[in-house]
Design a protein around this ligand. Structure first.
Ligand code: MTE
Ligand code: MO
Length: 470
Protein backbone atom coordinates (compact mmCIF):
# COMPACT_ATOMS: atom_id res chain seq x y z
CA UNK A 1 0.00 0.00 0.00
CA UNK A 2 1.17 3.55 -0.48
CA UNK A 3 2.14 5.64 2.51
CA UNK A 4 0.89 9.23 2.95
CA UNK A 5 2.77 12.21 1.57
CA UNK A 6 4.03 14.94 3.92
CA UNK A 7 5.30 18.45 3.22
CA UNK A 8 8.47 19.72 4.90
CA UNK A 9 6.22 22.25 6.67
CA UNK A 10 4.25 19.41 8.28
CA UNK A 11 7.45 17.56 9.23
CA UNK A 12 8.86 20.66 10.88
CA UNK A 13 6.00 20.62 13.41
CA UNK A 14 7.23 17.30 14.77
CA UNK A 15 10.40 18.27 16.54
CA UNK A 16 9.81 17.36 20.17
CA UNK A 17 8.85 14.35 22.27
CA UNK A 18 5.40 15.87 22.78
CA UNK A 19 4.64 16.33 19.09
CA UNK A 20 6.64 13.32 17.98
CA UNK A 21 10.06 13.38 16.40
CA UNK A 22 9.96 13.21 12.62
CA UNK A 23 12.79 13.43 10.13
CA UNK A 24 13.08 13.03 6.38
CA UNK A 25 15.83 11.19 4.58
CA UNK A 26 15.96 11.27 0.78
CA UNK A 27 12.26 10.93 -0.18
CA UNK A 28 11.20 9.09 2.99
CA UNK A 29 9.57 10.46 6.14
CA UNK A 30 10.25 8.75 9.47
CA UNK A 31 8.68 8.99 12.90
CA UNK A 32 11.63 8.16 15.15
CA UNK A 33 10.03 9.08 18.49
CA UNK A 34 10.27 5.49 19.75
CA UNK A 35 13.76 5.02 18.40
CA UNK A 36 14.98 8.01 20.33
CA UNK A 37 13.22 6.70 23.47
CA UNK A 38 14.91 3.33 23.20
CA UNK A 39 18.33 4.88 23.66
CA UNK A 40 20.23 1.76 22.61
CA UNK A 41 23.33 2.13 24.80
CA UNK A 42 26.11 2.78 22.32
CA UNK A 43 23.71 4.57 20.00
CA UNK A 44 22.97 7.27 22.54
CA UNK A 45 25.15 9.74 20.69
CA UNK A 46 23.37 8.97 17.41
CA UNK A 47 20.04 9.60 19.13
CA UNK A 48 21.16 12.90 20.58
CA UNK A 49 22.56 14.02 17.26
CA UNK A 50 19.39 12.93 15.44
CA UNK A 51 17.34 14.87 17.99
CA UNK A 52 19.13 18.00 16.81
CA UNK A 53 17.89 17.28 13.29
CA UNK A 54 14.31 16.56 14.37
CA UNK A 55 11.63 18.19 12.25
CA UNK A 56 13.86 18.39 9.18
CA UNK A 57 15.94 16.49 6.65
CA UNK A 58 18.84 14.43 7.98
CA UNK A 59 20.57 13.91 4.61
CA UNK A 60 23.18 16.60 4.80
CA UNK A 61 23.25 16.20 8.54
CA UNK A 62 24.38 12.63 8.09
CA UNK A 63 27.05 13.68 5.69
CA UNK A 64 28.35 15.85 8.47
CA UNK A 65 28.27 12.99 10.97
CA UNK A 66 29.25 10.36 8.42
CA UNK A 67 30.38 7.99 11.17
CA UNK A 68 26.77 7.44 12.21
CA UNK A 69 25.57 6.70 8.68
CA UNK A 70 26.04 2.96 8.88
CA UNK A 71 23.91 0.37 7.05
CA UNK A 72 22.75 -0.80 10.44
CA UNK A 73 21.39 2.61 11.37
CA UNK A 74 19.75 2.99 7.94
CA UNK A 75 18.04 -0.39 8.41
CA UNK A 76 16.74 0.65 11.81
CA UNK A 77 15.48 3.89 10.27
CA UNK A 78 13.49 1.95 7.59
CA UNK A 79 11.36 0.42 10.39
CA UNK A 80 10.08 3.86 11.30
CA UNK A 81 8.98 4.97 7.83
CA UNK A 82 5.57 6.63 7.91
CA UNK A 83 5.37 8.34 4.52
CA UNK A 84 7.04 10.13 1.65
CA UNK A 85 8.25 13.67 1.29
CA UNK A 86 6.12 15.72 -1.10
CA UNK A 87 7.77 16.11 -4.52
CA UNK A 88 7.75 19.95 -4.31
CA UNK A 89 9.91 19.75 -1.21
CA UNK A 90 12.43 17.52 -2.97
CA UNK A 91 13.17 20.32 -5.43
CA UNK A 92 16.66 20.20 -6.88
CA UNK A 93 18.75 23.24 -5.98
CA UNK A 94 18.01 26.37 -7.96
CA UNK A 95 21.24 27.49 -9.55
CA UNK A 96 19.90 31.01 -10.07
CA UNK A 97 19.56 31.37 -6.33
CA UNK A 98 22.86 32.77 -5.02
CA UNK A 99 22.14 31.04 -1.71
CA UNK A 100 21.62 27.58 -3.22
CA UNK A 101 25.17 26.53 -2.33
CA UNK A 102 24.84 27.49 1.32
CA UNK A 103 25.71 24.64 3.70
CA UNK A 104 23.33 22.49 5.72
CA UNK A 105 22.31 23.82 9.13
CA UNK A 106 20.65 22.11 12.09
CA UNK A 107 16.89 22.66 12.32
CA UNK A 108 17.22 23.53 16.03
CA UNK A 109 18.46 27.02 15.15
CA UNK A 110 16.18 30.00 15.72
CA UNK A 111 16.33 31.59 12.29
CA UNK A 112 16.31 35.39 12.03
CA UNK A 113 16.82 35.47 8.28
CA UNK A 114 17.08 32.61 5.78
CA UNK A 115 18.84 34.40 2.90
CA UNK A 116 21.39 35.46 3.95
CA UNK A 117 21.38 32.92 6.73
CA UNK A 118 21.28 34.34 10.27
CA UNK A 119 20.47 32.12 13.20
CA UNK A 120 21.15 31.51 16.87
CA UNK A 121 21.01 28.30 18.90
CA UNK A 122 18.22 27.76 21.46
CA UNK A 123 19.13 29.28 24.81
CA UNK A 124 18.83 25.96 26.69
CA UNK A 125 21.65 24.50 24.58
CA UNK A 126 23.84 27.62 24.53
CA UNK A 127 25.33 27.25 28.00
CA UNK A 128 25.34 23.43 28.12
CA UNK A 129 29.06 23.39 27.44
CA UNK A 130 31.83 25.93 27.90
CA UNK A 131 32.96 25.47 24.30
CA UNK A 132 30.08 25.98 21.89
CA UNK A 133 29.86 22.99 19.50
CA UNK A 134 30.65 24.17 15.95
CA UNK A 135 27.25 23.11 14.65
CA UNK A 136 25.47 25.16 17.34
CA UNK A 137 27.58 28.33 16.94
CA UNK A 138 25.40 31.28 15.87
CA UNK A 139 25.68 32.21 12.19
CA UNK A 140 25.74 35.81 11.01
CA UNK A 141 26.11 36.07 7.22
CA UNK A 142 25.55 39.24 5.20
CA UNK A 143 25.91 37.46 1.86
CA UNK A 144 25.82 33.96 0.37
CA UNK A 145 28.45 31.55 1.70
CA UNK A 146 31.23 31.48 -0.91
CA UNK A 147 32.64 28.20 -2.24
CA UNK A 148 36.39 28.22 -1.82
CA UNK A 149 38.83 25.60 -3.10
CA UNK A 150 41.31 25.25 -0.24
CA UNK A 151 44.14 24.17 -2.57
CA UNK A 152 44.03 27.13 -4.90
CA UNK A 153 42.92 29.71 -2.32
CA UNK A 154 45.50 32.43 -1.65
CA UNK A 155 45.52 35.11 1.03
CA UNK A 156 46.98 38.23 -0.43
CA UNK A 157 48.94 40.43 1.98
CA UNK A 158 49.17 43.82 0.29
CA UNK A 159 51.34 46.51 1.84
CA UNK A 160 51.22 49.05 -0.97
CA UNK A 161 54.80 48.74 -2.16
CA UNK A 162 55.09 45.00 -1.51
CA UNK A 163 52.77 42.04 -1.56
CA UNK A 164 52.88 38.33 -0.71
CA UNK A 165 50.48 35.49 -1.48
CA UNK A 166 49.95 32.80 1.14
CA UNK A 167 48.46 29.38 0.50
CA UNK A 168 46.69 27.52 3.28
CA UNK A 169 49.77 25.31 3.50
CA UNK A 170 52.00 28.40 3.94
CA UNK A 171 49.76 29.67 6.69
CA UNK A 172 49.97 26.34 8.51
CA UNK A 173 53.70 25.72 8.06
CA UNK A 174 55.46 29.07 7.83
CA UNK A 175 54.06 30.57 11.03
CA UNK A 176 53.94 29.32 14.59
CA UNK A 177 50.41 27.97 15.21
CA UNK A 178 48.65 29.49 18.20
CA UNK A 179 45.34 28.47 19.75
CA UNK A 180 43.16 31.18 21.24
CA UNK A 181 39.97 30.50 23.19
CA UNK A 182 37.64 33.40 22.57
CA UNK A 183 34.03 34.38 22.68
CA UNK A 184 32.63 36.06 19.58
CA UNK A 185 29.51 38.15 19.92
CA UNK A 186 27.49 40.03 17.33
CA UNK A 187 26.92 43.73 18.06
CA UNK A 188 23.22 42.94 17.56
CA UNK A 189 23.06 40.27 20.28
CA UNK A 190 19.90 40.84 22.41
CA UNK A 191 18.65 43.48 19.95
CA UNK A 192 15.13 42.09 20.35
CA UNK A 193 14.88 43.87 23.72
CA UNK A 194 15.47 47.23 22.05
CA UNK A 195 13.08 46.42 19.21
CA UNK A 196 10.01 47.19 21.35
CA UNK A 197 10.98 50.63 20.18
CA UNK A 198 11.82 50.84 16.51
CA UNK A 199 15.30 49.60 15.52
CA UNK A 200 16.85 48.61 12.23
CA UNK A 201 18.39 45.14 12.10
CA UNK A 202 17.75 41.46 12.67
CA UNK A 203 15.79 40.62 15.81
CA UNK A 204 18.44 38.65 17.71
CA UNK A 205 17.66 37.05 21.07
CA UNK A 206 20.47 36.55 23.61
CA UNK A 207 22.28 33.75 21.70
CA UNK A 208 24.22 35.62 18.98
CA UNK A 209 27.31 34.68 20.98
CA UNK A 210 29.53 31.61 21.22
CA UNK A 211 32.94 30.41 22.39
CA UNK A 212 35.48 28.37 20.44
CA UNK A 213 39.15 27.46 20.38
CA UNK A 214 40.64 28.92 17.21
CA UNK A 215 43.98 27.82 15.79
CA UNK A 216 45.93 29.88 13.29
CA UNK A 217 48.83 32.22 12.60
CA UNK A 218 49.32 35.59 14.25
CA UNK A 219 48.51 38.55 12.00
CA UNK A 220 51.56 40.18 13.57
CA UNK A 221 53.83 37.38 12.28
CA UNK A 222 52.19 37.48 8.85
CA UNK A 223 52.58 41.26 8.48
CA UNK A 224 56.19 41.20 9.70
CA UNK A 225 57.07 38.41 7.26
CA UNK A 226 55.52 40.46 4.45
CA UNK A 227 57.94 43.27 5.33
CA UNK A 228 55.59 45.50 7.30
CA UNK A 229 57.36 48.19 9.33
CA UNK A 230 55.56 48.34 12.70
CA UNK A 231 57.03 51.80 13.34
CA UNK A 232 55.49 53.33 10.23
CA UNK A 233 53.44 56.08 11.89
CA UNK A 234 51.38 56.71 8.74
CA UNK A 235 49.76 53.28 9.05
CA UNK A 236 46.96 53.18 11.62
CA UNK A 237 44.67 50.36 10.54
CA UNK A 238 44.80 46.77 9.35
CA UNK A 239 42.06 45.77 6.91
CA UNK A 240 40.56 42.35 6.22
CA UNK A 241 38.57 41.52 3.09
CA UNK A 242 36.36 38.49 2.61
CA UNK A 243 35.63 36.31 -0.41
CA UNK A 244 31.86 36.70 -0.13
CA UNK A 245 30.54 39.42 -2.41
CA UNK A 246 27.30 41.05 -3.38
CA UNK A 247 25.84 41.60 -6.86
CA UNK A 248 28.08 44.63 -7.38
CA UNK A 249 31.14 42.46 -6.60
CA UNK A 250 31.78 44.33 -3.38
CA UNK A 251 33.09 41.97 -0.76
CA UNK A 252 32.57 42.01 2.98
CA UNK A 253 35.37 43.94 4.69
CA UNK A 254 36.38 45.47 8.02
CA UNK A 255 39.38 46.99 9.77
CA UNK A 256 40.92 47.12 13.24
CA UNK A 257 43.49 49.49 14.76
CA UNK A 258 47.12 48.62 13.98
CA UNK A 259 47.87 48.52 17.73
CA UNK A 260 45.43 45.67 18.18
CA UNK A 261 46.69 43.74 15.14
CA UNK A 262 50.39 44.14 15.95
CA UNK A 263 50.32 43.74 19.73
CA UNK A 264 51.44 40.35 21.04
CA UNK A 265 48.75 40.77 23.68
CA UNK A 266 46.12 41.38 21.02
CA UNK A 267 46.07 37.73 19.93
CA UNK A 268 44.70 38.59 16.49
CA UNK A 269 45.08 35.52 14.31
CA UNK A 270 44.14 34.17 10.91
CA UNK A 271 42.48 30.92 11.95
CA UNK A 272 42.21 27.71 9.95
CA UNK A 273 40.80 25.50 12.72
CA UNK A 274 37.72 25.88 14.92
CA UNK A 275 37.71 23.57 17.95
CA UNK A 276 40.35 21.36 16.36
CA UNK A 277 38.67 20.77 13.00
CA UNK A 278 38.56 22.65 9.69
CA UNK A 279 36.42 25.76 10.12
CA UNK A 280 32.85 24.92 8.94
CA UNK A 281 31.74 26.76 5.78
CA UNK A 282 29.30 28.99 7.66
CA UNK A 283 32.09 30.17 9.93
CA UNK A 284 34.62 31.07 7.26
CA UNK A 285 36.10 27.97 5.60
CA UNK A 286 39.00 27.78 4.99
CA UNK A 287 40.31 30.87 6.87
CA UNK A 288 38.98 33.75 8.92
CA UNK A 289 40.29 36.59 11.05
CA UNK A 290 39.87 36.20 14.81
CA UNK A 291 39.96 39.49 16.73
CA UNK A 292 39.43 38.59 20.40
CA UNK A 293 37.52 41.04 22.58
CA UNK A 294 36.26 43.00 19.57
CA UNK A 295 32.84 43.09 17.96
CA UNK A 296 31.92 40.00 15.87
CA UNK A 297 31.86 42.05 12.66
CA UNK A 298 35.68 42.41 12.56
CA UNK A 299 36.24 38.64 12.60
CA UNK A 300 36.19 38.55 8.79
CA UNK A 301 35.27 35.12 7.42
CA UNK A 302 36.46 33.59 4.10
CA UNK A 303 39.50 35.85 4.26
CA UNK A 304 41.12 36.68 0.92
CA UNK A 305 43.14 39.83 1.65
CA UNK A 306 44.97 41.68 4.42
CA UNK A 307 45.94 45.31 3.76
CA UNK A 308 47.10 48.27 5.83
CA UNK A 309 46.13 51.93 5.65
CA UNK A 310 46.12 55.35 7.24
CA UNK A 311 42.33 55.15 7.51
CA UNK A 312 39.71 52.62 8.44
CA UNK A 313 38.31 50.26 5.81
CA UNK A 314 35.90 52.02 3.43
CA UNK A 315 33.67 48.94 3.45
CA UNK A 316 29.97 49.55 4.01
CA UNK A 317 30.20 47.41 7.15
CA UNK A 318 32.94 49.57 8.62
CA UNK A 319 31.54 52.95 7.56
CA UNK A 320 27.76 52.69 7.56
CA UNK A 321 27.02 49.89 9.96
CA UNK A 322 28.21 48.76 13.40
CA UNK A 323 28.02 52.26 14.88
CA UNK A 324 25.89 53.25 17.85
CA UNK A 325 24.17 56.60 18.45
CA UNK A 326 22.59 58.55 21.30
CA UNK A 327 19.00 57.62 22.25
CA UNK A 328 17.79 60.89 20.68
CA UNK A 329 19.41 60.29 17.29
CA UNK A 330 16.85 59.51 14.60
CA UNK A 331 17.20 57.88 11.18
CA UNK A 332 17.17 61.41 9.72
CA UNK A 333 19.88 62.80 12.00
CA UNK A 334 22.18 59.76 12.22
CA UNK A 335 25.60 60.80 10.93
CA UNK A 336 27.46 57.60 10.16
CA UNK A 337 30.61 59.42 9.02
CA UNK A 338 31.04 61.11 12.39
CA UNK A 339 30.08 58.22 14.66
CA UNK A 340 32.96 55.99 15.80
CA UNK A 341 33.05 52.32 14.77
CA UNK A 342 32.17 49.79 17.44
CA UNK A 343 35.35 47.84 18.21
CA UNK A 344 35.92 46.64 21.81
CA UNK A 345 32.77 45.23 23.39
CA UNK A 346 31.19 46.19 26.75
CA UNK A 347 30.37 43.90 29.67
CA UNK A 348 27.25 41.76 29.21
CA UNK A 349 25.47 38.83 30.84
CA UNK A 350 22.32 36.82 30.21
CA UNK A 351 20.18 34.16 31.86
CA UNK A 352 19.87 30.88 29.98
CA UNK A 353 17.99 28.86 32.63
CA UNK A 354 15.09 29.14 33.41
CA UNK A 355 13.57 30.06 30.08
CA UNK A 356 11.20 33.05 29.86
CA UNK A 357 7.64 31.95 30.63
CA UNK A 358 8.68 28.82 32.56
CA UNK A 359 6.56 27.54 35.41
CA UNK A 360 8.87 26.71 38.29
CA UNK A 361 8.37 24.32 41.16
CA UNK A 362 11.03 25.54 43.59
CA UNK A 363 12.92 23.28 45.95
CA UNK A 364 12.93 24.72 49.50
CA UNK A 365 11.98 28.08 48.01
CA UNK A 366 15.14 28.17 45.89
CA UNK A 367 15.53 28.19 42.12
CA UNK A 368 18.67 27.41 40.14
CA UNK A 369 19.58 30.13 37.65
CA UNK A 370 22.27 29.75 34.94
CA UNK A 371 23.75 31.93 32.27
CA UNK A 372 26.78 33.49 30.64
CA UNK A 373 28.76 36.68 31.22
CA UNK A 374 31.45 38.22 29.05
CA UNK A 375 33.33 41.45 28.54
CA UNK A 376 35.32 42.77 25.60
CA UNK A 377 38.94 43.93 25.47
CA UNK A 378 40.20 40.81 27.27
CA UNK A 379 38.57 41.94 30.53
CA UNK A 380 37.70 39.09 32.88
CA UNK A 381 34.36 38.66 34.67
CA UNK A 382 34.81 39.31 38.41
CA UNK A 383 31.28 38.80 39.69
CA UNK A 384 27.75 37.99 38.57
CA UNK A 385 24.82 39.05 40.76
CA UNK A 386 21.36 37.51 40.48
CA UNK A 387 18.12 38.81 41.99
CA UNK A 388 14.56 37.51 42.03
CA UNK A 389 13.04 40.40 44.05
CA UNK A 390 13.47 43.36 41.75
CA UNK A 391 17.06 44.02 42.83
CA UNK A 392 16.43 44.37 46.59
CA UNK A 393 18.67 41.41 47.37
CA UNK A 394 21.31 39.77 45.21
CA UNK A 395 22.94 36.34 45.20
CA UNK A 396 26.49 35.99 44.00
CA UNK A 397 26.77 33.35 41.30
CA UNK A 398 29.53 30.75 41.17
CA UNK A 399 31.65 31.19 38.08
CA UNK A 400 33.13 28.68 35.61
CA UNK A 401 35.90 29.58 33.17
CA UNK A 402 37.89 27.34 30.91
CA UNK A 403 39.90 30.00 29.15
CA UNK A 404 43.58 29.02 29.34
CA UNK A 405 44.35 32.76 29.36
CA UNK A 406 41.95 33.63 32.19
CA UNK A 407 44.74 33.92 34.79
CA UNK A 408 46.37 36.65 32.77
CA UNK A 409 44.26 39.76 33.18
CA UNK A 410 45.33 41.11 29.79
CA UNK A 411 44.13 37.97 28.03
CA UNK A 412 40.75 36.82 29.22
CA UNK A 413 39.00 36.50 25.88
CA UNK A 414 36.37 33.87 26.63
CA UNK A 415 33.13 34.03 28.54
CA UNK A 416 32.30 32.94 32.08
CA UNK A 417 29.42 30.54 32.67
CA UNK A 418 27.66 30.92 36.00
CA UNK A 419 25.12 29.28 38.31
CA UNK A 420 23.25 30.77 41.27
CA UNK A 421 20.75 29.49 43.83
CA UNK A 422 18.19 32.23 44.29
CA UNK A 423 15.31 32.43 46.83
CA UNK A 424 11.96 33.01 45.14
CA UNK A 425 8.48 33.91 46.33
CA UNK A 426 5.40 32.29 44.78
CA UNK A 427 3.68 34.06 41.90
CA UNK A 428 5.00 36.07 38.98
CA UNK A 429 8.72 36.63 39.39
CA UNK A 430 11.28 38.55 37.35
CA UNK A 431 14.80 37.11 37.59
CA UNK A 432 17.58 39.60 36.90
CA UNK A 433 21.32 39.19 36.33
CA UNK A 434 24.20 41.63 36.00
CA UNK A 435 27.95 41.19 35.70
CA UNK A 436 30.99 43.20 36.75
CA UNK A 437 34.19 42.96 34.71
CA UNK A 438 37.84 43.29 35.79
CA UNK A 439 37.74 47.06 35.16
CA UNK A 440 34.67 47.28 37.45
CA UNK A 441 32.44 48.13 34.53
CA UNK A 442 28.84 47.18 35.23
CA UNK A 443 25.74 46.82 33.07
CA UNK A 444 23.09 49.55 32.89
CA UNK A 445 19.85 48.83 34.74
CA UNK A 446 17.61 49.13 31.71
CA UNK A 447 17.92 49.80 27.98
CA UNK A 448 16.47 53.35 28.08
CA UNK A 449 19.74 55.28 28.37
CA UNK A 450 21.61 53.05 25.91
CA UNK A 451 18.85 52.65 23.34
CA UNK A 452 20.03 53.40 19.82
CA UNK A 453 18.18 53.19 16.55
CA UNK A 454 20.41 50.36 15.31
CA UNK A 455 19.79 48.29 18.41
CA UNK A 456 23.49 47.66 19.00
CA UNK A 457 25.21 46.78 22.30
CA UNK A 458 22.11 45.77 24.27
CA UNK A 459 23.83 45.02 27.57
CA UNK A 460 21.28 46.14 30.16
CA UNK A 461 20.52 43.84 33.14
CA UNK A 462 19.00 40.71 31.63
CA UNK A 463 15.49 39.92 32.84
CA UNK A 464 13.52 36.69 32.60
CA UNK A 465 9.90 36.45 33.71
CA UNK A 466 8.66 33.18 35.17
CA UNK A 467 5.83 31.87 37.34
CA UNK A 468 6.76 30.25 40.66
CA UNK A 469 4.30 27.67 42.00
CA UNK A 470 3.37 27.46 45.66
N1 MTE B 1 32.82 37.97 7.42
C1 MTE B 1 32.37 37.92 6.17
N2 MTE B 1 33.25 37.71 5.17
N3 MTE B 1 31.05 38.09 5.88
C2 MTE B 1 30.13 38.32 6.88
O1 MTE B 1 28.94 38.46 6.60
N4 MTE B 1 29.77 38.68 9.30
C3 MTE B 1 30.41 39.27 10.48
C4 MTE B 1 31.66 38.48 10.87
N5 MTE B 1 32.47 38.20 9.71
C5 MTE B 1 30.59 38.41 8.22
C6 MTE B 1 31.97 38.19 8.45
C7 MTE B 1 29.56 39.40 11.65
S1 MTE B 1 28.54 40.75 11.71
C8 MTE B 1 29.67 38.56 12.73
S2 MTE B 1 28.78 38.83 14.14
C9 MTE B 1 30.57 37.39 12.68
O2 MTE B 1 31.25 37.26 11.44
C10 MTE B 1 29.75 36.12 12.90
O3 MTE B 1 30.57 34.99 12.87
P1 MTE B 1 29.89 33.55 12.85
O4 MTE B 1 28.88 33.49 11.75
O5 MTE B 1 31.02 32.58 12.68
O6 MTE B 1 29.22 33.39 14.20
MO1 MO C 1 27.55 40.83 13.77
Amino acid sequence: QSLPIFSSEEISKHNSKDNGIWVSYKDGVYDITDFVDLHPGGKKLTCEKIMLASGGPIDAFWNMYAVHKTDEVLEILEQYKIGSLSPEDQKPIDLNDPFSKDPFRLPVFRINSKKPFNAEPPIELLTDSYITPNELFYVRNHLPVPEIDPDSHRISVDLGDSSIQLSLEDLKTKFKPVTITTTIQCAGNRRQEMSDFKTKGLSWGPCAIGTARWTGARVRDILLSAGFDPDDKTIKHVHFNGFDDDITNTSYGASIPKQKAMSLDGDVIIAYKMNGVDIPRDHGYPVRAIVPGYVGARNVKWLRQITVGSDESTSHWQMNDYKAFSPSTTFETANYKKAPSIQEMPVISAISVPKPGSIIDPEDGMVEVKGYAWSGGGRDIMRVDVSADGGNTWQEASLTKDDPDADDSAHCWAWTLWTAEVPVAAGKVEIICKAIDSANNCQPEWIGPIWNLRGFLTNAWHRVNVTVEN
